[in-house]
Every structure is written in C-alpha cells, then in structure tokens.
Design a binder for this molecule. Structure first.
Ligand code: DON
Length: 566
C-alpha cells in the first residue's frame, strides 16, 4: 500500500464535507468567445496569439507565433530546441497532422546509454549533451507556415524576438522551476548561462534574453535555415562537441518534419482525430475509447471506485500494448490496423472483471517519482473562420537536457530518454519498451503526446491536449469522458480531479482529494495500489458549445494557463 495522505488530512476533511465527487467551482464556464479562442500555458503567449488573430492571421499563424513566444516566456517546455506534434482541422473539415518530433542523431546507436556490462548509465539519456535528439520545432513551424500560413513569417516570429529582447517578468511557477533546476544547469553547462543564479529567482523578476533574441532574429529573417544552417547550426554543433553530444550540422540540415495521415476513431457518436506514430497517444487514446464505449460512466459516478477501476483496467491493457508494439512506424512495423481493430480490442478488454484488479506482474516495476519535475506544453486555437489547431510541444523534462546552447540562448531537449534505452528498463515516466522503440540513427523516439480534435455531427467540437509524459494520454481520455459522458462544461471537465495508470508500475496515481475514503477502501479491496499526487496534467482546450460559441479551457488550477476569446 502506498497512500500519501498525511500532509493533507485537513484538506481531505474539507473536501469530504463537500463530497469529493461534486465538482465545485464559482465560475461555471471558462472564458467564452463568439468567434475565436486561444488557450495556452502562459498569458503572454496567449496575448501574442490573440494579436496575430486580430491582425488577420489564421489559427495556424497564431500557433506558430505562440510556439516561438513560449520558447521565451516558458523556457521549461516552450522551445526551439525540442519538438512536437500538430493536429489541425480546417473549417471545411480537412484534417492534417504534422510530426515535428526530434530524431536520433545519425551516429546514435542502440546501446549508447549502456556501460560495458550492458547496464544503463544513470542519467546519461536524461541530462547533458548526449540526451538530445535533433530538434524539430523550427522546421515544424516553417512547414506549417509553408502550407497554411496567411501572414508573413516574420510577423509570427517578431513578437518572440521582442519578448526576448525587451524582457518579461517571471511567473512564480517558472521562477520555482528555474530554482529547482540549478544543480543541473551548473553541472552540464561549461559556462554560466543566465538561468544560473546564486539567489533564488522570484516571481516578477524581469529577464532579458539577448542571445535568444539574436537566434530568433535569425529565424525571423532566414526562416528554417536561420536555425538548421549557418550561425545557429554551428553553435549547436560546437556545443555538442564541447559536451560530448552527437548532433552535427549534417544532422540539422537533414531534419524534416513529416505530414502524416491522421488516425481516426469514434466514441459514442463523436469522431476523434489524433496523431499516428511516433506518437503513441493517438493509438492508445483510440483503444481506450473503444474499450470505454460500452460503459455508462455517468451511472458509475464521476471518480467513483467503480469508474476508476474500469478506467485502470482499460489503461493497464493499452499501456501494455504500447510497451510492446509502438515505436516510429518508419523504422518498425507498428501493427496500427490491428491495434485499432474493434474485434482485437473487444477481445483485449474481455478479461476485465467488474470487481477485481488484474495484476501486472510479469515485468519488473518501473518508478514514477520523476513525474514531479517534468514539463511539456499544449495549446489550442480556433480562429474566426472555424479553423482549429492543437499543438503539444516539449523539451521532454523540465528545461530538457539542461544544456543551454552557448551564445544561442536556448535549451536543447532530452528527448532521447523517450526511447527504450534498454528493453524493460523504465524511462523517466516509468514507461518500458523494447525492440519497437529501440534507438536507431534518425529514428523518432516514441511519444505520449496526444493533441486531439473531436467532431460532433461533422462539426468541430473539442480541441484538447496536455503535458504530463505518460499521463498525457489518460488526461486527454478523462477530458473527453468528462465533456461527452458527464456533459460537463469545459471548465468543470478540466477542474475535475484526475487519475492515471499505465500497466507498469502497477499502481493508480490519483490527484489528492480526487476520491472519497470509501472509494479508496473499495479500490484497495479490489486489489489496486494507490499513490496520491499533487496534480496530473495541464490541459489547454477549446469546446464548441451547442450555440456555436467557444469555451476556453485553461487548466488554471494546475498552471498559469490563460485563455482569451472574442
Ligand atoms: O513525448 C513524450 O511523451 C514526452 N517527451 C513528453 C514529456 C512531458 O510531457 C513532460 N511533461 N510534463
């Protein structure tokens, strides 16, 4: 048994008085817009996106501007040194998905994180130069602009240049994140990047990022070549050489984002559009929704023991499939059709017992405690023409590898840890994998990022997504159940407490105060192990209401998220 409840006795008491299954909130909805809506994890990035929409840019233009702005104001996850995925739905119903996930460098090898005895070298795939994959974000934004952009490229990058050059004030959340990472910043950088500070960073501190402004100006003026060629590419390659990393100019020039056919599924009459591999999120979400189809969650009760049990059992099976079958489909024959076949899933979920946990005992347990210091970010935008986009983007861990490119002013990712560095050895999210997700040159590492667009009757209904590593998939799953099964406003659907499980480790993570003492006891009697967490996921979503207005869904209880509509 692993129940953390001591520091929260008082809070638990208060919540019990209100009945934990009732979602209480003063406001009933998130912000409402008649025409357009934007929800991101930082108020300044949201304002930049809004400015682009008001200037006549479409949702894709706004997304590009938000991505670059987040690299300035949200350096723990917003990035130009990382990667991500975009799911787009145009007003005419066209759906497109762009993969700008990082790739393994050309000289990467399957066993690059193992010592001579075949043991994993601690932290090598997590911090420092060797942890970085070839970044995809700038090429991704460029590609989005080539295909869908309306405003000039420079107009979309310049707000970020201004924010970097003219300074902005730290939020409390980012100040804390910077303070928590000091040891790694000092350890992996050969010089003293601006993030290193003797005294603590504080909310309201103004930071100026001159080097980043210069890098962004090069991107502003030269497009993708401003990053993958010339000065910035040289800075990255030099940084890599000085710290024992692998990325070269050749790797950078060779990087290409990929338009992939979206995967499509249904849930209780709704249509779901998601990313194909190397995101595992799409397949896993569609499998979960197939399994959930037959359950009347409303009848079971929101976050009741029975609902959490069923959800856990579905998740246990889907994450087991993820570990074995999923990887970059350009390198490994991922059985996509079979995993999405309703007959396969019917059979897969048929062993679920209504009142008893199935144990995940075959493979040794992973660890989950690292989930406390991680960051990714998702943002959602709908423009006045009805075009929509959801982007989830990341450096992987908080500030990625912690390496800030000298004179470039930006962090490089530690996405290599998303590969299975050794079969059966858990990554920083406790996820295990094998051959399908083994390292190979130029292969993309498997991701859990799940930007998702839901349609109702052929019209846009929901744009959603979240950070949270392995918990992303189940966070999006719950968001969809909350708005569809429980008919919650987006505000309530996002505020509602979350639970997560992933086959291994064999435990249910539950947000503190999410369920009653009675439900805890019932779940334990069924054979489940529980572990309580302060929070799971940080959604930024947009819901189309029955009257056609747009409800913004910033996860303001768990982050600095901010949505604006008009
Ligand atoms: O692609 C993935 O699944 C991970 N690199 C995402 C990391 C993440 O969400 C960290 N944050 N909260």
């Amino acid at each position: 048994m692993n129940i953390i409840k001591l520091p929260l006795l008082f809070v638990i008491f208060l919540v019990h008085c209100q009945s934990p299954n009732v979602i209480s909130s003063l406001a009933e909805t998130g912000p409402i817009g008649n025409e357009a809506m934007i929800s991101t994890t930082h108020p300044l990035a949201t304002e930049v996106g809004l400015g682009i929409l008001q200037k006549g840019g479409n949702a894709i233009d706004a997304a590009i501007a938000v991505q670059f702005s987040l690299s300035v104001v949200y350096p723990q996850a917003g990035n130009i040194g990382g990667g991500g995925f975009a799911v787009i739905r145009l007003d005419d119903g066209t759906v497109a998905t762009l993969d700008f996930r990082e790739k393994a460098p050309q000289s990467a090898t399957k066993d690059m994180y193992l010592d001579a005895d075949g043991n994993v070298i601690k932290e090598l795939s997590k911090i420092g130069h060797l942890a970085s994959g070839v970044p995809g974000s700038v090429a991704g934004m460029w590609e989005l602009h080539q295909k869908y952009g309306q405003l000039p490229w420079a107009d979309l990058v310049s707000p970020a240049v201004n924010l970097a050059a003219n300074g902005h004030q730290l939020t409390e959340f980012t100040a804390k994140s910077l303070n928590n990472k000091q040891r790694d910043f000092i350890k992996v950088n050969s010089y003293q990047p601006w993030v290193v500070k003797e005294e603590d960073w504080n909310k309201g501190d103004t930071i100026y990022q001159k080097d980043l402004a210069t890098t962004l100006s090069l991107i502003e003026n030269k497009g993708r070549d401003g990053f993958y060629k010339g000065i910035v590419a040289d800075l990255i390659a030099t940084e890599m050489q000085s710290g024992g990393g692998l990325i070269t100019q050749k790797d950078l020039i060779a990087y290409e984002p990929i338009w992939r056919a979206a995967l499509k599924g249904t849930y209780k009459g709704f249509t779901i559009h998601v990313m194909a591999p190397p995101s595992s999120g799409g397949i896993a979400l569609l499998q979960l929704l197939q399994g959930a189809e037959k359950y009347d969650f409303k009848k079971l009760g929101h976050n009741s023991a029975q609902m959490i049990h069923i959800k856990t059992e579905l998740e246990r099976r889907v994450y087991a499939d993820r570990a074995t079958f999923l990887g970059d489909a350009d390198f490994y024959p991922v059985p996509v059709d079979q995993l999405l076949d309703p007959n396969y899933n019917k059979e897969r979920f048929s062993s679920i017992l209504e009142k008893k946990a199935t144990l995940s005992t075959e493979i040794k347990e992973g660890t989950v405690n690292v989930i406390e210091s991680i960051e990714t970010t998702h943002f959602s935008i709908v423009d006045k023409a009805g075009n929509s986009i959801g982007i989830t983007t990341t450096l992987n861990g908080n500030f990625g590898s912690a390496v800030m490119v000298k004179d470039g002013g930006f962090f490089l990712n530690n996405e290599m840890d998303d590969f299975s560095v050794k079969p059966g050895t858990p990554n920083m999210f406790g996820l295990i994998g094998g051959k399908a997700n083994a390292i190979a040159p130029e292969k993309r590492m498997l991701s859990s990022m799940t930007p998702t667009i839901v349609e109702k009757d052929g019209k846009l209904f929901l744009v959603t997504g979240s950070p949270g590593g392995s918990t992303i998939i189940t966070t999006v799953f719950q968001n969809i159940i909350n708005v569809i099964d429980f008919e919650m406003t987006l505000h309530d659907a996002i505020n509602a407490k979350r639970a997560h499980s992933q086959w291994l480790p064999d435990v249910i993570l539950i947000e503190e105060n999410a369920i009653s003492e009675e439900a805890i006891t019932t779940l334990e009697q069924m054979g489940h192990q529980l572990k309580f967490m302060p929070e799971i996921g940080k959604i930024n979503a947009i819901l189309v209401r029955p009257d056609g207005t747009l409800e913004g869904g910033p996860d303001y209880l768990r982050s600095d998220s901010y949505a604006i509509g008009y």
